[in-house]
Design a protein around this ligand. Structure first.
Ligand code: SF4
Length: 453
């Protein structure tokens, strides 16, 4: 609130820098997978009556726990569709949580509704990705900035105008632009107007959802610098959502990495970039394009598709794409044997090789030697399905391509390998969560990966 010494109302804070401002615990947001007429009706041919009822759920955010400290920027990064925006919107209560708590200055936002929630909203604001569509083209800039103040009954007309003009200056625009329409501004300037609008109600906490991703790289840095200046001046706290790691590196104090509705790694920025501990984070870092014209594209890319959040993998959700899946204990494989088996399993699953003879497969994937014991027998059986010389056309059911290997053969080999190895790994059986000692900084380093067990 404003005071005679602080007419614009900034500078006040009821928490000290570094104290916990927001604490999210086991936050979950599920959506019904289908909202059509027959949503929730499942056909069950083997039973009577041959239908069952129950709506499949999309697990957009599942059991996320995070803490954000007063005055810091927590970067939230992950591929598109991993649940970042849903998490931001659920924290703001723009979406109702399915489960969990959202403690803001000690008060559980998940429990608030109606007028109480509306009043709280002045303390928490959001900036969206697209500055073009989030500003009403019919309104003048002054009206746009004043709108949230009006909604929260802050100041009289004169006070709101004074505040809007001062805010324009604070975000690096000219207060004389108060009467212009948004179309007269560039993308970067429009995002500055959005910033002024969000700050008009004197929030403590701003959720920034990809706020610079629609801007040119040179403009991105300028807008982020302004955001940092405003943060330092007014003690703001940001949750900064982005898919671009260089943006996250520029602005964050700490970074949380999200994959398929789970937070998989959290650490201070330097620790995360210099000492990443989750295979997903490592893969993301490796896929940052290199600024070398001789290199085309990315250095490494994440293999495979992101699984559906409607039916996420058990245990660690990254396991279907993880290059480091842990060996099932029952086979007592050496690191080398497991490395070969894992590479073969991935190649069969993705069909990344042309069918060849069993001897060639052994040479190609196992240096000629299959793993010892039961694991070797399973691998040998899988080789039998996809080798060109191990089964007759009749045994294969006939319709193979010129190598004689059918789709069914590939599927059988995949199923056998996944069921015998991948599904028996601890990665498939238990959801990981480990706190590690950081090499950089003093904050704990969280990594959801069983390699740290
Ligand atoms: S828990 Fe297993 S599958 Fe998940 S990231 Fe770690 S090694 Fe990979």
């Amino acid at each position: 609130m404003s005071t005679p010494d602080d007419p614009i109302g900034f500078g006040e804070s009821d928490l000290a820098h570094g104290e916990t401002l927001l604490e999210v615990e086991e936050l979950t947001k599920h959506f019904p997978a289908d909202s059509g007429l027959l949503a929730g009706v499942n056909l069950e041919p083997g039973q009577f009556p041959p239908v069952s009822f129950g709506v499949d759920q999309v697990e957009a955010v599942d059991g996320v726990s995070l803490e954000i400290k007063k005055g810091e920027t927590l970067g939230l990064v992950g591929e598109s569709g991993c649940g970042k925006s849903t998490l931001g919107r659920t924290i703001l209560r723009l979406l109702d949580p399915t489960d969990g708590t959202i403690r803001f200055k000690g008060e559980d936002l998940a429990e608030l509704s109606g007028e109480e929630l509306r009043r709280k909203r002045s303390e928490i604001q959001m900036i969206f990705q697209d500055p073009q569509s989030s500003l009403d083209p019919r309104m003048k800039v002054g009206q746009i900035i004043e709108e949230p103040m009006r909604a929260h009954d802050m100041f009289d007309d004169e006070g709101r105008e004074a505040r809007a003009k001062e805010l324009l200056e604070k975000v690096g625009l000219d207060p004389r632009h108060y009467n212009r329409h948004p179309h007269a501004f560039s993308g970067g300037q429009r995002q500055r107007i959005n910033l002024a609008r969000a700050l008009s109600v004197d929030p403590d906490f701003v959720v920034c959802d990809e706020p610079v991703s629609a801007l040119d790289v040179s403009i991105q840095a300028q807008v982020m610098n302004t955001m940092e200046e405003l943060q330092a001046e007014f003690g703001l706290t940001y949750l900064f959502i982005a898919h671009d790691l260089s943006v996250i590196r520029h602005i964050s104090d700490r970074v949380a990495v999200m994959y398929l509705g789970h937070v998989v790694e959290v650490a201070e920025k330097e620790e995360l970039f210099e000492n990443p501990q989750h295979p997903y984070t490592k893969a993301l870092l490796e896929s940052i394009p290199v600024p070398d014209p001789r290199e085309s594209g990315a250095r490494g890319v994440l293999e495979g598709e992101v699984p559906s959040p409607q039916d996420p993998p058990s245990g660690c959700r990254f396991r279907t794409r993880c290059p480091r899946v842990i060996a099932p204990e029952e086979y007592e494989l050496t690191d080398e044997e497991w490395g070969h088996t894992r590479a073969f399993m991935r190649a069969v699953k993705r069909r990344t090789f042309e069918p060849m003879t069993a001897a060639d497969l052994r040479r190609e994937f196992f240096d000629g030697d299959l793993p010892r014991g039961g694991a070797g027998e399973i691998v040998d059986e899988a080789i039998g399905y996809v080798a060109t010389d191990r089964r007759t056309d009749d045994e294969r059911g006939g319709d193979g391509d010129e190598d004689g290997v059918t789709d069914d053969d590939w599927e059988r080999a995949t199923e056998l390998l996944l069921e015998s190895f991948a599904e028996r790994s601890i990665c498939a059986r238990e959801q990981p969560a480990y706190e590690l000692e950081a090499q950089h900084g003093s904050d704990p380093h969280f990594a959801a990966c069983h390699l740290h067990r």
